[in-house]
Design a protein around this ligand. Structure first.
Ligand code: BDP
Length: 720
């Protein structure tokens, strides 16, 4: 007995420590459910919520019940009991008309029709004459999404007394893409190893799989591609399919479907065929049989994601066929089971002597209208490759007969990887709000991908995951916000960056406005800051060789020109920038005329894209009135200053959040400042060899020589 007490003592002590001093490692993400601090709000909530009623039983309804009970009990600081039916004013009643007789009595059919398969209603109403809060949906997963919404309202201290909310996702397939290898390394992953412990699967179901699925459900993510786009055919073999099944079974109650990447040459590697030609009947039969087999393990398998004829991956072009031939063959194999194919448009070929930015459009646009109904073409946000800033991809709007799916990168391959605080909502929003002019003004990228512009019902959006085995999931505490943001925008791309940051901060840290206001500003500026100290004014692809960490504007003479930096910045004694106008590669011609006119004109191009589209003389007058060289120097220097500003802001907040996460972020900001200086000094010293101009007066001088920076060669950078 005494022994047992001794065990309990530290636990009891922990309960007595004030909340903000608890060790907090970030594992709980935005789902912390600590007691509401504002006394008036707390009292309101305690009055409005007395018990939880979830009729019916199923794995998903059990999750709803558990989430409501745990979440509400935590937030209200008192046990919220379960009840069979409302026993008093203040029941939270959750269910579908099919699962719950109570919900059925509310006769919500008309309103439920509006929210579709995954949407939900949150209503303050009366049940059996007693005030109640209702979460109603057509499906159980819809109820789960509504549950997280209600909890979010409390977490962010909103009024819940007269709720009349209806919410439905604007995009159908909201997917994470894991670039996870079967050996558990993660390509471009900076948060440890892959969550999928293939070796112990299918027998051992790590609690983390469930926590992962729950976090995704809380933001409406409904699909996960488990494996790297640079695919290994092994995952399609029986032993691995058994493991995939175990994961799919674990994820199913959370509404999370499993997808796999398909290696195009699998019929040769696994099937012993001589070819993987998509028009070969034997190859088609092999894929059909493989798809049938997969569905015996995972009856609701989502389908395939494919990287083909890109960066050395096999594909239909190896056999003289085109992308549609390849995609359609796989689409036919999964169609009988309701599966889809996501065929990536990230293709470029070093044998094609054309601007890399033009190649995807050139290859895909002629194929518009030739894809099967269950194919989505997955297009990166920009035409090069997830650079810190890119103008939107010209394919958006250009293929009206084909559903195009957005591919964003959540993992910060080119954005400081795990150590830089960069909030990505402004980057995503810049792309989603961009106007393609495909059908006149207002034809935004958002409307292309949500299907409204061209009346597509099959729609999708993917984010390349930043999740790994690190305790805080994403490496940097603030990188959690990018996972969160992706999910929230996938559900509703009209949400603002401000709103998402505010929600995330309140849930992840605190509702204290003295913390919220400065940190929200810090987050909102962080992307522009990063662009400034790495690739200002439309520069791109200046990063370190292969691992892509840190600066490498001097990278040249590599196996492919379009893998170097000099290919993109084109700096010479006259100026800098890639001429993509008529006098250069004419990539601007791929945009619709109003966009072409804007980007193609040196006068009209937004300055943030200046050097993306134009080769500009060093003494060109920029908007600030400074010549280009000076402006570049100011931008790089300003970027460093802004990181120092971030540090100062953060330092003042000590004590407002738990010490563990406070110091974690503080230390990472110090790394960021150091890296920002290295970027600034490297880039300016290097470009100065062309501009041959002095740094403007008053700017901080580089600490070392160009040679010094060029020698820096970090080894074993993660994520390669
Ligand atoms: C690049 C990455 C590479 C990926 C490739 C892709 O550096 O690791 O395989 O994109 O998206 O950004 O296929």
């Amino acid at each position: 007995m005494r022994k047992r007490l001794a065990y309990l003592l530290p636990l009891l002590l922990l309960l007595l420590v004030p909340d903000c001093l608890h060790a907090e490692d970030g594992y709980r993400l935005w789902l912390r459910y600590d007691k509401v601090q504002d006394a008036a709000r707390l009292q309101n909530y305690q009055q409005a919520i007395k018990e939880v009623v979830v009729e019916g039983s199923s794995p998903t309804l059990a999750l709803v019940q558990q989430e409501l009970r745990n979440g509400l009990s935590g937030l209200l600081g008192q046990q919220v009991p379960l009840a069979q039916r409302p026993t008093q004013a203040g029941a939270v009643v959750a269910g579908t008309p099919a699962s719950s007789a109570l919900i059925k009595t509310l006769a919500l059919d008309d309103r439920l029709k509006q929210v579709g398969k995954e949407g939900y209603l949150l209503l303050s109403t009366n049940l059996s004459g007693k005030p109640a809060t209702v979460i109603a949906a057509n499906t159980e997963v819809g109820v789960l999404y509504g549950t997280f919404h209600l909890l979010r309202l409390l977490q962010t201290q909103q009024d819940i007394r007269s709720l009349a909310i209806s919410s439905a996702p604007r995009i159908q397939h909201r997917m994470l893409n894991h670039w996870d290898n079967l050996d558990r390394t993660v390509e471009r992953g900076y948060a440890g190893f892959s969550l999928w412990d293939w070796h112990k699967l299918p027998d051992y179901i790590d609690q983390r799989y469930l926590d992962y699925a729950r976090a995704n459900a809380s933001i409406g993510i409904n699909g996960t591609v488990l494996t790297n786009v640079n695919a290994n055919a092994l995952v399609l073999t029986k032993p691995y399919l058994e493991k995939v099944k175990a994961l799919a079974d674990a994820f199913r109650p959370y509404g999370l479907k499993v997808y796999l990447t398909a290696r195009f040459s699998a019929p040769i590697e696994l099937g012993g065929l001589k070819t993987a030609d998509p028009l070969d009947p034997q190859v088609q039969a092999w894929w059909k049989q493989k798809a049938d087999e997969i569905y015996t393990y995972v009856p609701d398998f989502g389908g395939f994601l494919v990287k083909a004829n890109s960066e050395g991956q096999p594909g239909p072009q190896n056999y003289g066929r085109n992308h549609a031939d390849g995609a359609n063959m796989l689409a036919d194999a999964v169609a009988p089971h309701g599966g889809i194919v996501m065929w990536r448009a990230f293709v470029y070929d070093d044998k094609v002597p054309d601007d890399r930015a033009k190649q995807a459009y050139n290859e895909f646009k002629p194929l518009d209208g030739t894809f099967r109904d269950n194919v989505l073409v997955q297009v990166k946000n920009g035409a090069i490759d997830f650079q810190p800033r890119e103008p939107f991809h010209p394919m958006f709007g250009a293929m009206p007969k084909t559903p195009l799916m957005m591919e964003f990168q959540i993992t910060q391959e080119y954005l400081g990887q795990a150590t830089n605080l960069v909030y990505l909502a402004p980057l995503y929003k810049e792309v989603l709000n961009a106007d393609t002019y495909a059908k006149g003004k207002g034809s935004t990228v958002g409307k292309v991908i949500d299907g409204t512009l061209d009346s597509h019902t099959l729609t999708g959006i993917a984010g390349v995951s930043n999740i790994g085995t690190d305790r805080n999931w994403t490496g940097h505490q603030f990188a959690q916000s990018n996972w969160y943001t992706f999910g929230r925008l996938a559900w509703d791309h009209t949400l603002s960056s401000e709103k998402i940051a505010d929600e995330w901060l309140r849930m992840t840290f605190t509702n204290n406005s003295a913390f919220l206001a400065p940190v929200q500003t810090l987050m909102l500026n962080s992307h522009e800051n990063y662009v400034n100290y790495t690739t200002p004014l439309g520069l791109h692809h200046l990063m370190g060789w292969s691992h892509h960490y840190g600066p490498g504007p001097w990278i040249k003479d590599k196996p492919r020109a379009d893998w170097t930096a000099v290919y993109y910045h084109q700096a010479d004694e006259k100026g800098i920038g890639f001429d993509r106008t008529k006098t250069g590669s004419n990539a601007v011609a791929q945009y619709f005329p109003p966009v072409q006119k804007e980007f193609g004109s040196l006068k009209k191009v937004p300055e943030k894209y200046l050097l993306w589209f134009h080769h500009v003389p060093w003494d060109y007058k920029t908007n600030s009135g400074r010549i280009l060289w000076d402006e570049l120097a100011y931008r790089y220097s300003g970027g460093v200053d802004s990181v120092r500003q971030m540090q100062q802001t953060w330092d003042k907040l000590e004590g407002m959040v738990d010490a563990e996460r406070f110091f974690h972020v503080k230390t990472f900001l110090a790394i960021q400042e150091k890296e920002a200086r290295r970027w600034r000094d490297s880039a300016l010293l290097y470009f100065q060899t062309f501009s041959k101009r002095p740094l403007p007066q008053g700017l901080e001088k580089p600490a070392h020589t160009l040679d010094y920076y060029m020698q820096i060669d970090p080894k074993f950078v993660p994520g390669i």
